[in-house]
Design a protein around this ligand. Structure first.
Ligand SMILES: CC(C)(COP(=O)(O)OP(=O)(O)OC[C@H]1O[C@@H](n2cnc3c(N)ncnc32)[C@H](O)[C@@H]1OP(=O)(O)O)[C@@H](O)C(=O)NCCC(=O)NCCS
Length: 255
């Protein structure tokens, strides 16, 4: 059996006992992202509440990757366009709809995270394919994704609108994660300029980043896609993360 063959990927609903271990994998998310209040309050519940649209990868007994997506109703008033407030917005909509009993009309990905020991083996393609398949299996014709380009943090001062135009000689996006989405069939639609917001006192930001946060203006923080804005007069700093909306058309299967 090859290494690739030993990894099994399924919708979480088929292996619900793994839900509690989904967030335990060794990941490389910057610490400050968990202080987005939307993520902080809702993300940990997604695997329990939406197991049909989440996928899990295991290697033997070990959980080695998670893929999370949520269903929401995209035809209600004000939801005709993919939201400028991307990631935060779809997570809020998914929970609002769940409470109100609004039938979902589409699915949005939230994240794919691969365990540090399993990076660089092509697993992200298989996880994204599994999320697309889960959306199709729920009878939907599209999987939306507010994508966080993985190399954008290296150039935080470049506007996202310029960044997403960058192409290699073969015409594919220069950014590795955008490239995965496009290679597997996704279309880059537009930037979500305020996909996630993290605000805090300067003391909190020092704690989250180890940086001094002692001067007004833009601060480059490792892992941040754009600079964090520091305001010493008011003792606060704010990070507004841009993401990129990608649309994947999928072939719905009857549910
Ligand atoms: C993004 C992530 C899921 C990619 O997973 P992965 O399984 O390691 O990626 P793959 O091995 O499938 O490689 C995907 C592409 O990225 C490229 N790539 C992988 N690691 C890279 C690196 N360190 N630097 C540059 N490119 C890289 C690969 O070459 C490949 O592109 P190609 O097929 O066109 O050559 C993983 O890095 C991760 O979990 N990151 C932390 C969470 C995150 O940022 N998730 C994405 C936002 S939701």
């Amino acid at each position: 059996m090859t290494e690739k063959d030993s990894i099994v990927i399924t919708p979480l609903v088929e292996r619900p006992s793994l839900a509690s271990r989904m967030y335990g994998i060794a990941d490389s998310w910057p610490a400050f992202t968990s202080h987005d209040p939307v993520a902080d309050s809702l993300l940990s519940r997604v695997v329990e509440d939406f197991p049909h649209t989440c996928v899990v990868a295991t290697d033997g007994d070990r959980v080695v990757a998670r893929g999370l997506s949520v269903p929401f109703n995209a035809v209600l008033d004000g939801r005709e366009e993919m939201p400028d407030t991307g990631w935060d917005q779809v997570l809020v909509w998914a929970y609002r709809d769940r409470r109100a009993g609004h039938a979902p009309t589409t699915i949005s990905a939230l994240e794919i995270t691969v365990d540090a020991a399993y990076l660089g083996r092509g697993l992200s393609y298989r996880m994204l394919a599994a999320l697309r398949d889960a959306a199709a299996g729920q009878g939907h014709t599209a999987l939306l994704a507010p994508v966080r380009p993985t190399a954008k943090h290296l150039e935080p001062r470049v506007p996202m609108t310029d960044y997403i135009r960058r192409r290699r000689d073969d015409g594919l996006p220069t950014d590795p994660w955008l490239r995965v989405h496009v290679k597997i069939g996704g279309s880059i639609t537009k930037v979500a300029p305020a996909a996630m917001t993290v605000s805090g006192s300067l003391s909190q930001w020092r704690q989250w980043t180890g940086l001094p946060f002692d001067a007004d203006g833009d601060v480059e923080v490792p892992g941040a896609l754009v600079p964090v804005h520091c305001d010493t007069t008011h003792d606060r700093a704010v990070y507004v993360e841009p993401n990129v909306w990608v649309r994947h058309e999928v072939h719905a299967r009857a549910t």
